[in-house]
Design a protein around this ligand. Structure first.
Ligand code: PMV
Length: 319
């Protein structure tokens, strides 16, 4: 039986701590959910299926199905309906988000995850996290081409993850909780493009770029050990090295470098870009005492928004 009452589903944002880009080539990466930003899908009764995203001025309707069959939002609802052998749900799905678009915080995967959960509930069904994760990954492939799967995994399971492409994710141990600031350059950048450019470098000059990717993998392993032992100074140094390696992969930008430098000068233990790069967000490792001062320095250096999140073995809380 399908649900006729109004209800909402949500999904958090995410941030990659270390290992982006190299993760596409089989190296490990660490990522955490960010609960202070999220996507909400509000489902209300309607005569037929409507999917609307007012922030994007987008409305998809069942009557108009032929025109948007390939649209990722429509595909998500369609796949969930297929899974349960059901016709499309007859409800209105209204998508709102506080996750900035195309900025490395996982907005695409979060929209798919919240919409998939909403579609299942609208049909009176429930998707397991494993099923939802596989579906969101399929939709990510429409957006990105060759995603590693890290975004959908951390957003669907809502846990800090150590992730290797093709092997799935395991939780990582956090010996002593730590605070990360997440600062937005305000510049959107398409992950598909930066991933494509890195692929081109890897194919055209593997002798030069393969060692960089491998070194990122080693940095991630060392960072995982430092996090488990609560060695935050060591973790910060590894974040700095990861940023330098990403810069060599050509995915930093002047704005990202400016914020990274500002954070370090204001006392951050380490700082790096996060996600696809070329814009979007950077992260800085701070102490509770230095957090406000470093956030001010980041704003002063041009950050349009600064979030903070505490990473611990439980789901992180935003601030
Ligand atoms: O830009 P984001 O946060 O969606 O991150 C992409 C992470 C990459 O490693 C660059 C690509 C991927 O699919 O893992």
């Amino acid at each position: 039986m399908s649900s006729r009452a109004e209800f909402q589903t949500t999904a958090p944002g995410k941030v990659i701590l270390l290992g982006e880009h190299a993760v596409v080539y089989g190296q490990p990466a660490l990522a955490v959910p960010v609960t202070s930003v999220s996507v909400t899908v509000t489902v209300t009764p309607a005569p037929d299926l409507v999917i609307e995203a007012p922030d994007l001025a987008l409305t998809l309707t069942a009557q108009d199905e032929a025109n948007h069959l390939d649209h990722p939002l429509f595909q998500m609802v369609h796949r969930v309906a297929q899974r349960f052998g059901h016709l499309l749900p007859r409800q209105r799905f209204r998508i709102t988000s506080t996750i900035p678009f195309a900025s490395g915080l996982g907005s695409g995967a979060a929209v798919s995850a919240a919409l998939g959960r909403a579609a299942a509930q609208a049909l009176g069904q429930r998707l397991s996290d494993d099923e939802l994760n596989a579906m969101v990954y399929d939709i990510e492939r429409i957006h990105h081409g060759t995603p590693s799967g890290i975004d959908n995994t951390v957003i669907v399971y809502q846990k800090p993850v150590y992730f290797i492409r093709g092997q799935g994710a395991v939780p990582f141990e956090v010996g002593v909780p730590f605070t990360i600031l997440i600062a937005d350059t305000g510049q959107t950048a398409l992950t598909r493009e930066s991933v494509g450019d890195v692929r081109h470098l890897m194919e055209s000059a593997p002798d030069r770029y393969q060692p960089i990717v491998q070194r990122i993998g080693q940095v991630v392993e060392s960072a995982r050990a430092a996090i488990a032992l609560g060695q935050h100074a060591q973790l910060g140094a590894l974040m700095d090295e990861n940023h330098a390696l990403l810069d060599q992969l050509t995915v930093s930008s002047p704005q990202l470098d400016r914020l990274v430098t500002a954070a370090r000068q204001a006392g951050a233990l380490g700082a790096k870009l996060s996600g696809g790069g070329r814009g979007g967000n950077m992260i800085a490792l701070v102490t509770p005492d230095s957090s406000a001062h470093i956030a001010d320095a980041l704003r002063h250096a041009g950050a349009v928004r600064v979030l903070s999140t505490v990473v611990s073995n439980t789901t992180p809380q935003g601030g």
